[in-house]
Design a protein around this ligand. Structure first.
Ligand SMILES: C[S@@+](CC[C@H](N)C(=O)[O-])C[C@H]1O[C@@H](n2cnc3c(N)ncnc32)[C@H](O)[C@@H]1O
Length: 193
């Protein structure tokens, strides 16, 4: 399996147990500090079947059809080139392989200034994809069995203080924000044939 944007590596270390001693878990991250932390965590955990790779999720340093499962938590929304990320995920997956990532997704249209503030509040700094756009991009990359399952829907009430601190009138923009941002499990499969 492969974790895109593996950070401190915890998801990779947990996955290493799942794939068993004959399997392998890769973590990919572009930041030296995060790779150092992940490798230190690996040493502490004493896990052998793990490798942390340096690189960008837009150019995954693994061969075609070499991975069964791709996971990722709150990283794809940070990429400026999501088409490239999804094309790369498709390339490295084996036929029948699956993507199961957690990401921030927008439902419907939100004015750009409000969108930026809410994204900062949720904790991502670049562009979360709109739900339908995410489905279309996955389909364009070649994926099938596409499914987006909300795991947390953010409400205007939750962001009231943050929005006020950002100089926005939380009451006035509530209808633009309420229920439009969510964390979701995004699942898809590379066709087997
Ligand atoms: C929000 S953190 C998430 C870390 C981890 N997935 C977690 O759940 O704790 C984002 C991570 O993705 C990495 N990252 C962001 N953009 C990246 C890119 N384009 N290529 C590779 N790594 C990236 C960052 O270095 C950081 O470690």
């Amino acid at each position: 399996m492969l974790d895109l944007g593996s950070g401190g590596g915890i998801d990779v270390l947990l996955s290493a147990k799942r794939v068993g001693p004959t399997g392998k878990a890769y973590g990919l991250d572009m930041t030296d500090e995060m790779l150092e932390l992940a490798r230190a965590n690996q040493r502490t955990a004493g896990v052998e079947n793990v490798e942390f790779l340096k690189g960008e999720i837009e150019a995954i340093p693994l061969p075609d059809s070499s991975v069964d499962v791709i996971i990722s938590n709150c990283v794809i929304n940070l990429s400026a080139d999501k088409d490239r990320v999804l094309a790369e995920a498709f390339r490295v997956l084996r036929p029948g392989g699956r993507v199961a990532v957690s990401d921030v997704v927008v439902r419907g249209t939100v004015p750009p200034a409000i969108r930026r503030s809410v994204e900062l509040w949720i904790g991502c700094v670049a562009g979360a994809l709109e739900e339908q756009e995410y489905r279309e991009k996955l389909a364009k990359a070649g994926f099938e069995a596409i499914d987006l399952e909300p795991t947390r829907v953010y409400h205007a009430e939750d962001a009231r203080d943050f929005l006020a601190g950002a100089g926005l009138d939380a009451e006035a923009i509530a209808p633009e924000v309420d229920g439009k941002f969510m964390s979701a499990f995004v699942r898809a499969r590379k066709p087997a044939g």
